[in-house]
Design a protein around this ligand. Structure first.
Ligand SMILES: [Zn+2]
Length: 109
C-alpha cells in the first residue's frame, strides 16, 4: 500500500471531511477536474463519459478537491476521512450543458 502509485504527498487531505455529490464547476471557466489520487477526470453529470471519467465523487468541505469512489474506499482509513451529509451551504450543481461559458480545457490550481 505504501508504494501505491496514486500516493504522492496528499497531506492536505489528511483527516478531512468529505461528502459525496455530483460534480459541479467550482469556477465557471473550468470544465473538469481530477481525482486527487488517480487523476481520473470529473465531468459534469450529463456529459458523455468515457473510461476513467466520472460525474460524481467525494468533495472536501471547500469543494475544491475531489476524490473518486475507488480512491475513497481504498484510502479512507489511511487518511482518516470523515463523511458528512450534503448541506444547504454546499455549492449548487452546474447544469448541463453549460449555457454560456466556453470551456478552456485547463484546470489551474
Ligand atoms: Zn481516484
Amino acid at each position: 500500500m505504501d508504494d501505491d502509485w496514486r500516493l504522492h504527498g496528499q497531506d492536505h487531505l489528511q483527516g478531512v471531511t468529505l461528502h459525496r455529490r455530483r460534480y459541479f464547476l467550482w469556477r465557471p471557466d473550468w470544465d473538469h477536474d481530477h481525482c486527487e489520487f488517480c487523476w481520473k477526470t470529473f465531468l459534469l453529470p450529463g456529459a458523455p463519459l468515457q473510461k476513467d471519467q466520472v460525474s460524481e465523487g467525494w468533495a472536501t468541505d471547500d469543494e475544491y478537491h475531489w476524490v473518486c469512489d475507488e480512491c475513497f474506499s481504498d484510502f479512507k482509513e489511511r487518511f482518516h476521512w470523515k463523511v458528512r451529509d450534503p448541506l444547504s451551504s454546499d455549492r449548487p450543481d452546474t447544469p448541463w450543458p453549460q449555457p454560456t461559458i466556453k470551456p478552456s480545457g485547463e484546470v489551474k490550481k
